[in-house]
Ligand binder design. Sequence first.
Ligand SMILES: [Zn+2]
Length: 105
Amino acid sequence: MTTCSCGEAEAHIIAKRKTFDGKHIHFWSDGDVTQILGYNIKGLGQPRTAEGFTANLAASEAIMPNVALYTFDEVRTALKQARKLARQGVTGQALRTQVREAVLS
Ligand SMILES: [Zn+2]
């Protein structure tokens, strides 16, 4: 398991956001994304490799700024798409743009 940039080794919440339809989304330091109280978001699997964790963290960073614009269902779609793209090596602004287009189209 990787250590967060804040120095904490245990997985912990690094950001909380609310969707357009009022659902709470918690982003974790290990790349996981959950609903309130740590409930899993249906359809999002758990990464099993270091690359998977890294891709999930990149995906979280990419969608974090836009959560308030999306409904809960759109957040799930955005996360799935972002994780897939991140595993393919898409990063940064390109990742953010492609995810937004995938959700809003
Ligand atoms: Zn941290």
